[in-house]
Design a protein around this ligand. Structure first.
Ligand code: ZN
Length: 238
């Protein structure tokens, strides 16, 4: 079983009636429904819980952490961010969603501003698969169509992705690197663009498929844990 924890700041849902009607169980609740119970144990955590719902015990037992935040990035404690980063470097998977591009955890792991262009104008989005052989693209069509979404446009100030899985086109003319993978330490990181809070993106079965594929990929097995520091020779030295 893969242990998934879905973290959501969960503020828009309480402040905006439109968001509350689109996500009555919260964005985290909608994302949680993506995961088949045959392979996953899913927990959710939110900003206003003690330790933001990310206690040491929960982080230690999480294989893949999902992160949705927007209006309250600054309220996330630096101490918790440091703990999440340590777990990622030790091998926990991290899937950063949509406006999570400006989260403390994503910016610290990327080392760049993670800035981009944006527009809330009901753009149509076409998410093109550009790495069809990648496990995150498994079972997906050549193009996922979202009738209405927020636009994110290039330039997206991230390090060059190690693998680029999806590229988005928007009806306003912009393009965006929508699905990007990175490795940091032993951790596997996936950034996935769509998911503005007023649109039903996290109810879309194809978006669910991407999220589930990302969990299998980010939780997939690694090699031996590296050993650092002063090392005794393995052979007789001259
Ligand atoms: Zn947004």
């Amino acid at each position: 079983m893969i242990n998934v924890t879905i973290w959501n700041e969960a503020r828009h849902e309480y402040k905006n009636a439109v968001v509350a009607s689109v996500y009555p169980e919260g964005i985290h609740g909608a994302i949680a429904k993506a995961f088949p119970t045959t392979d996953f144990v899913v927990r959710t955590a939110t900003l206003d819980q003690p330790e933001h719902g990310l206690t040491d015990a929960i982080l230690e037992s999480t294989d893949v952490l999902y992160w949705w935040g927007h209006m309250a990035h600054g309220e996330v404690s630096d101490e918790i961010v440091a703990k999440v980063k340590k777990r990622v470097l030790a091998g926990m998977g991290l899937v950063v969603l949509h406006s999570g591009h400006f989260s403390k955890i994503f910016k610290t792991l990327m080392g760049t501003t993670c800035d981009l262009k944006w527009r809330e104008a009901n753009d149509r989005e076409r998410i093109w698969t550009v790495a069809p052989a990648h496990p995150i693209a498994k079972g997906l069509p050549e193009c996922i169509l979202l009738e209405t979404e927020e636009m994110y446009g290039e330039h997206f100030d991230i390090p060059a992705p190690e693998e680029l899985i999806f590229v988005s086109w928007f009806s306003g003319g912009e393009v965006f690197r929508s699905g990007c993978t990175y490795q940091r330490g032993q951790g596997k990181i996936f950034y996935f663009r769509p998911g503005h809070e007023i649109y039903p993106t996290y109810h879309n079965p194809q978006i669910h498929q991407v999220l589930v594929n990302a969990a299998y990929w980010a939780a997939s097995s690694r090699g031996a844990t590296p050993v650092y520091g002063n090392a005794k020779p393995l052979e007789l030295l001259p």
